[in-house]
Design a binder for this molecule. Structure first.
Ligand code: XUL
Ligand code: CO
Length: 441
């Protein structure tokens, strides 16, 4: 297959140079081929590039237009521009060494004048993506449908008060499921950017939630009917663009899935910046999903603690990522999920080279966090501390409590007999110092 490899002519494939290296365009911690527990690091970390940010992002914000102009964005036919853009993207995926990519349907192909024309455009780009995947070995972590950008979705997609918009969204997801299956997507994501409300004055919350639950069932049924075997993922976010999104955080997402009988079909795609917007830490959201057996995948990014919106930055906070990794590894990993860089360049980072610096930083931070988290778990000090803290439930009446073999009458007798419980320190400062020793040496 003829592929133009000259979109990043001055940059060669990024390689591992080790922690002592001072090369900017090299990995210091991410060593994709290093074997860990019988598998290469790139199979443990399963990094993915987000097409929308890295290849459709222009740097525009509510106060000004785009600043980033890529040399391959030239030409009058939007479908051929989309093909060239995709060539550039796959050259980047290969050079950065990412085994996966992710896309929204509308990222990869332009919308036509009708849904039928849009689907034809999509078919042409999907065929091209198929060829590029085969030629490079890069795989699809997940596909999704953009049900939030087009003005028709301004009042929601599955939660739109107009049933015709619901039908349009259904048709769009039907096609997105077909192309995700065709490209071997390992997961399919729902992020309901407009599935919420701006004001309760015009909203029937109960009907909207019922419609969203019904929509997801229709998607699951259709996916099964075409033989799509990938994992469905919900990506919670509390707000933005809506004032309130129905899958506010993982906990409300679990309640939603259970209310509508969807918990067997879905897991969670947890995004760092969505967690912090909901007033939670990244690790909190991972723990809540893992506790329910619903940890699926990660959208890897970070917010800015001084800004209250979704800034989607590359995360280089090794302490935060180490704690997240401890929870992910404890939960047994992400299965068919991965770490998708749902992160964008800052508006003045206008050079193609900046895409490399950004992803090198993100991949290195995750790789270092992965190694530190493995050391923490292997040393066992943290695990032993937590185990010991709950040891009173391992024997005697504590075990009866956990096994559901007790009653308030029995527990009252015990409380009267044993008297006042001792105060036991939670040792938070000791544990923070312990983690700092692993992270900073
Ligand atoms: C928006 C967001 C989306 C989803 C996919 O905040 O995270 O890009 O990841 O629709
Ligand atoms: Co995301």
């Amino acid at each position: 297959m003829k592929t133009n490899r000259a979109h990043f002519p001055s940059i060669s494939a990024i390689t591992y140079a080790g922690p002592a290296s001072d090369q900017a365009l090299a990995f210091r911690h991410y060593n994709p081929d290093e074997i860990i527990d019988g598998r290469p690091m790139n199979a443990h970390l399963r990094f993915s590039i987000a097409y929308w940010h890295s290849f459709r992002g222009t740097g525009s914000d509510p106060f000004g237009p785009g600043t980033i102009v890529r040399p391959w964005e030239k030409g009058s036919d939007p479908v051929s521009v989309a093909r060239t853009r995709m060539d550039a993207a796959f050259e980047f995926f290969q050079k950065i060494g990412a085994p996966f990519w992710c896309f929204h349907d509308r990222d990869i192909a332009p919308e036509g004048r009708t849904l039928a024309e849009t689907n034809r455009n999509l078919d042409r780009l999907v065929a091209h993506a198929h060829d590029l995947q085969r030629a490079t070995g890069v795989r699809l972590l997940w596909g999704t449908a953009n049900l939030f950008a087009h003005p028709r979705y301004m009042n929601g997609a599955a939660t739109n008060p107009d049933a015709q918009v619901f039908a349009h969204a259904a048709a769009q997801v039907k096609k997105a499921l077909e192309i995700t299956k065709e490209l071997g997507g390992e997961n399919y994501v729902f992020w309901g950017g407009r599935e919420g409300y701006d004001t309760l004055l015009n909203t029937n919350l109960k009907r909207e939630q019922d419609h969203l639950g019904g929509f997801l069932h229709l998607a699951v049924d259709y996916a099964r009917s075409i033989g799509f075997k990938g994992q469905f993922l919900i990506e919670p976010k509390p707000k933005e663009p809506t004032k309130h999104q129905y899958d506010f955080d993982v906990a409300s997402g679990i309640a939603f899935l259970r209310t509508y009988g969807l918990e067997k079909h879905f897991k969670f795609n947890i995004e760092t910046n969505h967690a912090t917007l909901a007033g939670h830490s990244f690790q909190h959201e991972i723990e809540v999903a893992a506790a329910a057996g619903l940890l699926g995948s990660i959208d890897a990014n970070a917010g800015d603690p001084l800004l209250g919106w979704d800034t989607d930055q590359f995360n280089t906070d090794v302490r935060e990522l180490t704690l997240a990794m401890v929870s992910i590894l404890r939960a047994g990993g992400l299965g068919s999920g991965g770490f998708n860089f749902d992160a964008k360049l800052r508006r003045p980072s206008v050079d193609p080279e900046d895409l490399f610096h950004a992803h090198i930083g993100g991949m290195d931070a995750y790789a270092l966090a992965f190694k530190i988290a493995r050391r923490i778990l292997a040393d066992g000090k943290l695990e032993a501390f937590v185990r010991e803290r709950y040891a009173s439930y391992d024997t005697g009446f504590g075990r009866d409590i956990e096994a559901g073999r007790t009653s308030f009458r029995q527990l009252e007798k015990i409380a009267l007999k044993l008297g006042e419980p001792a105060h036991r320190s939670g040792r938070q400062e000791y544990l923070e110092n312990l983690i700092a020793r692993y992270v900073h040496g």
